[in-house]
Ligand binder design. Structure first.
Ligand SMILES: [Zn+2]
Length: 81
């Protein structure tokens, strides 16, 4: 028997095959059906891309700061000797 799952966006009970796989999710599927994800992607594309850019920029800063800290600690250790 095919399992079904309710889409959190459209509220329809659909076969699990109508959901994309997502290993991070407990049941291994997205909570949103493929059709809804497609729709949302189409609608949100410009905004999502801007958000992604912001996210990447923020993380780049964080990563740079982290490696700076690491270098500083390493240098401090070396001069301690
Ligand atoms: Zn849906």
């Amino acid at each position: 028997m095919e399992q079904s799952k309710r889409c959190s966006t459209c509220g329809h009970d659909l076969p699990v095959t109508a959901f994309y796989r997502d290993r991070r999710n407990r049941d291994g599927r997205y909570s949103e059906c493929k059709a809804c994800i497609r729709e949302r992607r189409k609608r949100d594309r410009p905004r999502a891309r801007a958000a992604e850019r912001r996210y990447t920029a923020r993380n780049l800063d964080k990563r740079r700061a982290a490696s700076r800290d690491c270098m500083r600690r390493k240098r401090a250790k070396e001069t301690d000797k």
